[in-house]
Each structure stands twice: as C-alpha cells, then as structure tokens.
Ligand binder design. Structure first.
Ligand code: BTN
Length: 253
C-alpha cells in the first residue's frame, strides 16, 4: 500500500493467494465492509466474465480485483461506475507501460485490437437505492500465453510490450486514478473527467460497429460517448440513438 494516496478506494485491501472469484467474495462481505474496500487475488479458480462466461485467472500473471462501492446514486446510474473503472485502468496502463491502451465501450480495455482487461460490475439494489456495487476488473498483465480459442481476441501487457510489467506499481496507479475519478464523480455529480478519458482513448468512436442486441446484430457507426456514458450511434438508415450498455464489436475484425 506504500504508493497509495487515496481517500476512499483502497483504504482497505484484502489480498488472497487463491480464491474462487474476487467478485463473489466481495458480494459476501460487502454489507459489513466500508465503501472502497478492495479484494485482490493472485489467482482465481472460478473467475467470472460477463454473460456467464469464465475468466481465466492464472496465478501471479494478472490483476484480479474487485472494488466494493456504496455511492448514493440511483440504480440506473450504476453502470457509470464501470466507465470510471475503465478510464482508470486505461490511464493506469498508458502511464505505467506506455502502451496505446484504448477503451472499447462499455467495459473492455484493448491494446492492438485485442483485449487486455474486462470489467464485471455487479449491483445489489432496491427500487431507488443502491446497497452496493462490485466493480471487478481483470487485467492480463504478464500472461505469456492464451488458449488457442482466445489468442485472436485476448492479449497481455507483457505480450504487447515485450517485457514484464511490475504488477504492484500498475495496481497502485490504477487505484489512485480510480479514487480521483470516483471522487470527482461523487463531489461534482458528473462523469466529465472519466468520459473525457473514454472519448480521447476510444476504440470505437468513428468506427463501423455491430451492436449485438437480444440475439440480433445491427450495423451502425459509433459517433461519440455522451456525458452520461452512453454510446451515441448512427444506423445505416441515418437514424441516431444512444445505447445504455451492451455488446458491441468492431466490423471487419
Ligand atoms: C469480461 O467478461 O470481460 C469481464 C471479466 C471480469 C474478470 C474479473 S477478474 C476479477 C473479478 N472477479 C471475477 O470473478 N471477475 C472479475
């Protein structure tokens, strides 16, 4: 914790050698833990990805972490925390490694078109009140290989940079950024700083994309990310819309 300089996020860090899933564990203890508590593990035996997928989390190779947050915001705004986390991870990677990390809205960070980080955000809420959110980034840092089925879509910072990355330095940088951006959001009530980062480092803006919606694939072009963190797109018929969240892929890739 030596290099941390935060007001809320990372004040308490729980470090495991091995765990099933940091998100699952975070949910179990969230009620009794202060907002900002971080769970981080050297390996996960049952790492979870989005949409019920598994997340490979080999020992000592990545940053497998979950942050417990208790912001006083309406549940509809919960996904904003994912944007804040993506901005923090992207900036952290850029400053520690110099790699051209880009954000693939809404929750991936890519380098050279392949994924280095995914974020699984889970929320427990009532109609108008969030009990807690678990924001769980998984970052492929020093992985030296991926299963054949993943090698086209996933990569690690080590594979892109050609040298091993100091995981603790990167973790501290990300936590510091996350804390700054989170505080900005809480005190100013706007996502402005995070969205500026998401826009400046967007893997989607200006590109032809495919929006995967309820089994359908719709062609569009990504135009912008709004102040609220929505993806603004234009369809082939010229109509525009703002997408709240979902799966997007880049056409031709
Ligand atoms: C995705 O599908 O892109 C999201 C992957 C999220 C993986 C991370 S690793 C730390 C945290 N704990 C989990 O079980 N999953 C998230």
């Amino acid at each position: 914790q030596a290099n941390l300089n935060t007001s809320e996020i990372g004040k308490k860090i729980i470090h495991f050698q091995s765990i099933d899933s940091t998100n699952t564990y975070a949910k179990e203890i969230a009620e009794k833990m202060p907002s900002g508590t971080i769970i981080v593990s050297e390996e996960q035996l049952g790492g979870k990805g989005r949409m019920g997928k598994d997340w490979t989390s080999p020992k000592g190779e990545g940053i497998w972490m979950s942050v417990i947050l208790k912001p006083h915001i309406p549940p509809e705004e919960g996904s904003k925390l994912t944007q804040i986390a993506a901005a923090a991870v992207c900036e952290g990677i850029r400053s520690i490694t110099g790699l051209n990390a880009l954000i693939k809205w809404p929750n991936d960070v890519v380098v050279g078109g392949r994924k280095v980080c995914g974020i699984l955000t889970e929320m427990v809420a009532e109609i108008n009140q969030i009990h807690y959110l678990i924001v769980g980034p998984g970052i492929n840092v020093n992985n030296s290989r991926f299963d054949e089925s993943l090698s086209n879509i996933a990569t690690s910072l080590y594979l892109e940079k050609g040298e091993k990355i100091h995981r603790k330095k990167l973790l501290c940088e990300i936590i510091n950024k996350f804390d700054q951006l989170y505080n900005d959001f809480i005190t100013e009530g706007t996502l402005k700083k995070s969205i500026d980062i998401c826009r400046m480092n967007s893997a989607l803006i200006g590109r032809e994309i495919i929006i995967h919606q309820g089994g359908k694939k719709i062609k569009a072009k990504a135009l912008d990310i709004t102040e609220d963190g929505l993806l603004e797109v234009i369809y082939e018929d010229g109509s525009k819309s703002k997408i709240i969240s979902g799966e997007v892929s880049i056409r031709g890739k």
